[in-house]
Design a protein around this ligand. Structure first.
Ligand code: FAD
Ligand code: DHB
Length: 390
């Protein structure tokens, strides 16, 4: 089989890329090792930056998002129970939209299949070869049968644990990493959100985040140890701890409900440079990870593939490789700013084990400054809604 772009991975990066390429008249196929049902049910991100929402509409996949997405004009930051609002609309005249990543994935899959696009689910033994030639190859098995796709380019959209990044020869990539000494215990529950907007809550007991998927489904996170055993937490203990990490007034409003999803996620910052080797280009979590506190991961994945699709469009129209050659530089300029912001939000809001009293007082001063200075809260708002994409 022969295709212009072979895409590995049907997460937000791979799916969005296939739609962008279709719009540009470039052929692609996606191969994915999980089932459609599995990827559509995988609970992850929830915040779309303003331009991500606009791009989905531009691509004709914004209808359900416009109906079901919750548009937020700000967030609350809690400082030991005191809630202070950061008003994005007033500060930077932009908003964000709460819409679950699995809903984005469902919409993108449906749209791509309706275009006649090919997505091969449940493949195994994926590998890539001849990356530094003009005809790179993807090999995989479907129902145990070996298959081969010859491409002009391969898009490595296979996430942090995928095979694309490790297929690049040793010595080409430099990795930059920071692992944080905490993780998030996350739950989904059948209960209305405690507040109309998100609450990022710093407390002496650790961080908590009160977010949502709809007006009847809450998404709640607690700072825990990175290797915390989820089985040690009963639903009752989770609710009690969530109540302890807000003021008594907010705790009184927190409605409990059936918990139907539970998990612990460790936190890291990771970037690989460069993001390309020969005809293989990495996008999204395959090339970088941010800690979730800044809500940047899915949006960064979409930005990478937007830049990649523009570079491919220019290549097929003009035969110029200049945008392809500049892909890493273009992506990294945005990625490192998102890394900086995610690190800032994460270290400002979490209790860092081993911190001295000096560190704690400096952290409280930072929270006070960010929520009371117009200059500082504008900087937070500008980054949270998403830096301009050009
Ligand atoms: P993925 O979504 O990981 O997709 C990669 C795909 O490749 C998967 O479907 C995988 O099955 C497939 N694959 C892997 N290996 C192979 C192989 N060998 N062959 C074929 N297919 C393969 N981001 C935000 O923007 N906002 C948030 O609010 C936010 N909150 C988060 C909260 C949590 C708890 C977590 C865990 C993450 C959060 N993120 C958030 C991050 C976001 O979920 C990721 O950044 C996003 O999923 C990246 O998309 P991707 O397409 O690059 O990778
Ligand atoms: C959600 C996740 C985040 O990491 C975040 O910063 C905000 C919201 C969410 O799942 O809704």
């Amino acid at each position: 089989m022969r295709v212009q772009v072979g895409i590995i991975g049907a997460g937000p990066a791979g799916l969005m890329l296939s739609l962008l390429l279709h719009r540009a008249g470039i052929s692609s196929i996606i191969i994915e090792n999980r089932s459609r049902q599995y990827v559509e049910a995988r609970v992850r991100a929830g915040v779309l930056e303003h331009w991500t929402t606009e791009l989905m509409s531009e691509l004709g996949v914004g209808e359900r998002l416009r109906k079901e997405g919750l548009v937020h004009e700000g967030i609350d930051i809690g400082i030991n129970g005191e809630r202070r609002r950061i008003d994005f609309k007033a500060l930077v005249n932009k908003t964000i939209t709460i819409y679950g990543q699995q809903e984005v994935v469902k919409d993108l899959i449906a749209a791509r299949l309706a275009q006649g696009g090919e997505i091969e689910f449940e493949v195994s033994d994926t590998s890539v070869d001849r990356l530094d030639s003009e005809r790179p190859i993807i090999r995989y098995k479907k129902n145990g049968e070996p298959r081969e796709i010859e491409c002009d380019f391969i898009a490595g959209c296979d996430g942090f644990h995928g095979i694309c990044r490790p297929s690049i020869p040793k010595g080409v990539l430099t990795e930059f990493e920071r692992v944080y000494p905490y993780g998030w215990l996350g739950v989904l529950s059948e209960s209305p959100p405690v507040s109309h907007e998100l609450i990022y809550s710093y407390t002496d007991r650790g961080f908590a985040l009160y977010t949502m998927r709809s007006n009847s489904i809450s998404r709640l996170y607690l700072q825990v140890d990175p290797d915390e055993d989820i089985n040690k937490w009963s639903d009752e203990e989770i609710w009690n701890e969530l109540k302890r990490r807000v003021s008594p007034e907010t705790a009184a409003k927190l409605q409990t409900g059936r918990v139907f999803e539970k998990g612990v996620t460790a936190m890291r910052s990771f970037v690989v440079e460069p993001m390309q080797f020969g005809r293989l280009f990495l996008s999204g979590d395959a090339a970088h990870i941010v800690p979730p506190t800044g809500a940047k991961g899915m949006n960064l994945a979409v930005a990478d593939v937007l830049f990649f699709s523009r570079a491919l469009e220019s290549f097929y129209k003009t035969k110029s490789t200049s945008l392809l050659d500049g892909y890493t530089k273009k992506c990294l300029s945005r990625i490192w700013k998102a890394q900086r912001f995610s690190y800032f939000m994460t270290t400002m809001l979490h209790l860092n084990p081993g911190d001295s009293e000096f560190d704690r007082r400096r952290q409280l001063a930072e929270l006070d400054y960010v929520t009371s200075s117009k200059a500082a809260s504008t900087a937070l708002a500008e980054n949270y809604v998403g830096l301009p994409i050009d």
